[in-house]
Ligand binder design. Sequence first.
Ligand code: FAD
Length: 476
Amino acid sequence: MTTHLVWFRHDLRITDHSALHAACQSPDAKVIALYIATPGQWQAHGMAARQATFLLQHLQTLQQSLADKGIPLFYQQCDDFHQAVEAVDAFCKKQHVSHLFYHYQYEINERDRDRALEAKLHGQVVCQGFDDSVLLAPGSLVTGKQEMYKVFTPFRKAFIQRLQEMEITCFPAPKKRTNVDMGTLAALTPFDYPQQAVDETLFPTGEQAALARLRQFCQSTVADYHQQRDFPAQQGTSQLSPYLALGVLSPRQCFNRLRAEHPTLLEQSDGGAFTWLSELVWREFYRHLLVAWPRLCQHHPFVAWTQQVLWQQDEKALAAWQQGKTGFPIVDAAMRQLNGTGWMHNRLRMICASFLVKDLLIDWRAGERYFIAQLLDGDLAANNGGWQWAASTGTDAAPYFRIFNPTTQGERFDPQGTFIRQWVPELAKVPDSDIHQPHRWAERQGRALDYPTPIVDHKQARQMTLAAFEAAKAAQ
Ligand code: FAD
């Protein structure tokens, strides 16, 4: 009897799982599964404690779902990827594994790990990798010059054309297998990594919860997505990112569900469903970029001259930004949402990132690190892409002279201050008309506010930032 091993990574589900599906194709094969936690690697990457907790919860659910299908999930903990390769090799020998199935991960260390593993197992175990966390494999979509696209709009055009030409299918969960003695599986113990509770009311655990949220979103909310998605006080976006980041949900499931509800999706160029599809394509764009330019994984700016920008070293300002105490209500509310829940609305991520880089002139990498350390949906490609976009250091990023005004952004996207009041209770009594500049109101009223005064003057900060970018550009 052959033994098929599925190595689970950030793909914690049993439905539409390419590797699991392939491993289960042969009815006689014994199918087993493995997960290896690597806290040393997580530490180096700065992964949020909350995301580690969310991962463990999903792993526990996955172990049960797999057990119900007659597939045991084994668990090991290694410090880093080097040890993980050794551990998989030893595990394969012990379990007499003939075939290994897994999904590619596109970060540089992960790719090195897989190359090392395949070399180690060569001649002993047949390895089969799959592009599964994307709709289209990185490298499969290139310009006429056979290069990866550097601009999003033509990438999306080519992407949608490719989707029109192909069939995207989702694999069902495997059928129950009966040829493995399940014995008593060791309960998954917490990782040697900091843990932080996840609010189950916001982000319930499990593949079924994610699928239910996807279905509900595609049936109703998505219709108004293009109009609602920029307003943080509305429930206008899917909030599926924590599930997509850990692979509890696949992009194929998202696309197929969206298309099932909106059959003419690929013939459209606007509207809610098309706009949501565009966001899924942004997710792919950043993954494809990571493979084409692996130095992005090492946090190099895409645009080389921006390396010359002279950033400010201001620990006090950085701490005020991190804690949501900048005196700019929309920034503070957003940062408190991040600190409180591990999730932040996309418009707010753009505002907060722009504020750190363009108002405080602090190196975008400090923000990138802080976000990853807090986010439940932390994902290197999307986070790096988002930060480099906001900092004007990335490909197809906001131009450096485009600097968000945090006050007018607040006025535009949270006009009544509904979102602000949710997270900054100190401003509860400030009227709507003054919520974005509360100190003006307090001054007029002769009242003291228990809320910081703005830590920078936006106009002056803007000039300083423009000068810093222009100097860097001139020095190239
Ligand atoms: P929806 O609007 O419902 O979009 C659906 C899905 O598309 C998301 O779940 C996500 O997987 C993907 N998506 C949406 N927008 C983007 C985008 N701009 N770039 C890449 N993928 C996108 N997203 C992450 O998943 N992880 C991160 O670590 C991350 N860091 C970010 C940092 C900054 C500075 C910025 C500006 C954006 C970042 N994003 C990140 C992208 C985006 O903000 C989140 O994906 C989105 O807010 C998640 O909410 P949602 O699930 O409701 O998204």
